[in-house]
Design a protein around this ligand. Structure first.
Ligand SMILES: [Zn+2]
Length: 224
């Protein structure tokens, strides 16, 4: 009789019976078992992109097994869960920005990090793109509430508008060009305005708006 041993490929523990190995669970085997779940898939994809970013010339094809064995596994899964909850505007752009700015992994899901991204991202957007994106958001709100989209800045609760601004779904282009939006901001509480101020570089936008009267005119005719 051979005393065949059954070894866990993840932690190398040995078992005398195959059934005991089958029911054995260790941390890395657990990771393997949930590899198809959305958070694991997203985490793996972000990790692959990150590894490509930090070592673009590596020839070796990285696998899910490399990820499971990586010391950064848990950080990336946490970040994936954060993304699932946050639903950022243009997720891929946000992730690329984190890499490009060399933001430390431990800071990826700090609220201030996303706020800074929203602030910087809105500065690079054309007025056309900003209007297109903001109108999509406002029309979604209109469909959910059955209120005409033109009444968004009059009817939407300030806290809902605040959240959409903080998420980057309503561009400063619109906030500073539309009279209705300005009136709505005036109705907000100081705490809400302070929250918005973390996602918008106010001084930068005031200067920008002054330099672009045609865009402001165009936006204000669309949004009154
Ligand atoms: Zn094991």
């Amino acid at each position: 009789m051979s005393d065949t041993e059954y070894q866990c490929r993840w932690c190398s523990r040995s078992f005398t019976r195959e059934r005991t190995l089958a029911s054995h669970v260790c941390e890395k085997k657990r990771r393997w078992m949930i590899a198809d779940e959305p958070s694991s898939r997203i985490a793996f994809q972000v990790w692959l992109d990150f590894m490509r970013h930090v070592s673009p010339h590596a020839k070796k094809q990285r696998t899910i097994e490399d990820f499971i064995r990586s010391p950064d596994y848990l950080s990336f899964v946490k970040f994936a869960n954060y993304l699932i909850e946050l639903k950022p505007v243009e997720s891929e752009k946000f992730i690329k920005w984190l890499f490009k700015m060399n933001v430390r992994i431990s800071d990826w899901q700090k609220p201030g990090t996303y706020a800074l991204y929203v602030q910087e991202n809105s500065k690079r957007e054309t007025a056309e793109r900003a209007v297109e994106r903001t109108l999509l958001t406002i029309k979604e709100w209109s469909e959910e509430t059955n209120i005409p989209w033109q009444e968004f800045f009059d009817q939407a609760p300030p806290v809902a508008v605040m959240n959409l601004i903080v998420m980057g779904r309503i561009s400063p282009w619109i906030l500073y060009s539309s009279t209705k939006a300005q009136n709505m901001l005036e109705k907000m509480e100081p705490g809400q305005l302070a929250t918005i101020a973390r996602s918008i570089d106010t001084q930068w936008w005031i200067k920008k708006i002054k330099r672009h009267p045609e865009e402001v005119q165009w936006i204000s005719t669309i949004l009154q």
